[in-house]
Design a protein around this ligand. Structure first.
Ligand code: ATP
Ligand code: MG
Length: 421
């Protein structure tokens, strides 16, 4: 069994927009053990689409399509599916009611052209869209002498497609589903170690063919373990997930920081709130990204005291009224002084400082690899750590911001543990 992914849109074939949906879908399918044999990108053109769909259904058992479900004339996917299966489009009233409802909730009249988004080829199954208006389309297309081709057409907007795929498409295309089993997923997110180190700690947990299967993916230094459990009942699937999570937590220890969509900032803000603590930030190498992450979490107002972005440590010190600081002492000591000044300035319980990228930190310990100094100041003093930031500059900022948040998370975790003793 193998899959094919089709990305639709003239903006993709002209190069105006990069097709990231196919990449995302491929990674997801890989985590399910479903090989992908073809990626096809096609313009908003009826004949071209028909050609591509025909060959896909002929040569692939699973076909995943993104794009072309909108209400405009260049959105052709539903027409192409009707032609492909030699049927016509019919109105699906429940979908129309949902679309009308979405407009009503936004206090807007539904434009007449949106009715087309509730039209489906005969024999197709509408897939709910929890993020936008256009429902997806699921079809099982008969093939002479072979199992039917399972085809799902999803919206082009990445966030809508991703939710639809995870919640409603994946359960329809996995082999377990075909065998009448229920499938449940869970994610455990980890930070602070590399992928191979994680695999080593996890041991047989990520072995192929394990039940339930655990896939490992890495995104900007965050390691996500996705558990996919299939069983005869929902309760049995959830029980399998619970067992596997327990094993993962045992093996990953403090590296595991959250579940499902949790990022480090969510966890840190949650912990600060639980412990009635506040945070301030002084950052150089992350250019505001650290404060951005923290302020993206709902409820951060309760624990975030403020921050500053400076080109370097000296500028940060000057802004914090510390211009008199002598450039003596080690780089680590200076980083600690900065974090402490930031903590005092904003009147926060904790302060994180992120230094600038440099090659030469400690006078005694000159290092060739680029490093960033992170420092955390709190009620019991300050501590600085050096972070090696060699690697893809596009990812470095994000990794540094996450490392800073992780430093605070680990510290808050310790005070949580000692408090509960
Ligand atoms: P809409 O209802 O918004 O028109 P649609 O299903 O018709 O949705 P498209 O019009 O093809 O989808 O794309 C909507 C938006 O989603 C595009 O503006 C584009 O930015 C983004 N998008 C579409 N396809 C992809 C893709 N393969 N990768 C990344 N982004 C995409
Ligand atoms: Mg569109």
């Amino acid at each position: 069994m193998h899959a094919e992914i089709i990305a639709i849109g003239t903006e993709l074939t002209t190069g105006a927009k990069l097709d990231t949906n196919s990449q995302w879908l491929s990674l997801e399918l890989q985590a399910q053990g479903i090989p992908v044999h073809y990626h096809v990108t096609v313009a908003d053109d009826l004949d071209a689409n028909l050609n591509v769909f025909r060959s896909a259904v002929e040569r692939s058992d699973i076909v995943l399509i993104s794009g072309g479900l909108g209400p405009t004339l260049d959105d052709l996917t539903r027409d192409v599916l009707a032609r492909l299966t030699d049927t016509r489009l019919v109105l699906h009233e429940p979908s129309l009611a949902i679309i009308r409802g979405m407009f009503a909730r936004r206090n807007r009249e539904m434009p007449p052209r949106n009715v087309v988004q509730a039209m489906f080829p005969i024999g197709a199954e509408p897939i709910p869209n929890r993020r936008g208006t256009a429902p997806g389309i699921y079809m099982e297309i008969p093939r002479a002498g072979r199992s039917p081709c399972r085809l799902a057409a999803m919206p082009g907007v990445p966030s809508e497609m991703q939710v639809m795929f995870q919640d409603d498409v994946l359960p329809r295309i996995t082999p377990a589903q075909a065998a009448g089993l229920v499938i449940r997923n869970a994610r455990v997110n980890c930070f602070g170690l590399g992928e191979s180190a994680a695999e080593q700690l996890l041991g047989d947990v990520t072995a192929r063919g394990r039940d339930p299967e655990v896939g490992i993916t890495v995104h900007e230094a965050t390691i996500t373990l996705r558990i996919v459990a299939s069983a005869a009942s929902v309760a049995a699937a959830l029980e399998k997930i619970a067992q596997t999570k327990k094993t993962i937590y045992e093996r990953m220890g403090e590296y595991a920081f959250g579940e499902e969509g949790d990022e480090l900032e969510h966890v840190v803000v949650r912990m600060l709130q639980e412990q009635s603590q506040t945070l301030a930030i002084a950052e150089s190498a992350t250019g505001g990204l650290l404060a951005h992450r923290v302020t993206s979490v709902a409820g951060h107002e309760l624990c975030f005291r403020g921050g500053l972005v400076a080109v370097d440590e000296a500028a940060a010190n000057a802004r914090l009224g510390q211009s008199g600081i002598a450039p003596s002492g080690t780089a680590h000591e200076r980083a600690c002084l900065l974090a402490e000044a930031c903590r005092r300035h904003f009147g926060a319980d904790w302060a994180l400082s992120v230094g600038q990228r440099s090659r030469n930190t400690d006078t005694e310990n000159a290092s060739e690899a680029p490093v960033v100094l992170l420092s955390l100041a709190g009620p019991d003093g300050a501590r600085a750590v050096e972070l090696n930031v060699a690697g893809d500059p596009a990812i470095v900022k994000s990794r540094v911001a996450k490392s800073a948040l992780n430093l605070l998370r680990l510290k808050l975790l310790k005070s949580q543990i000692s408090e509960s003793k």
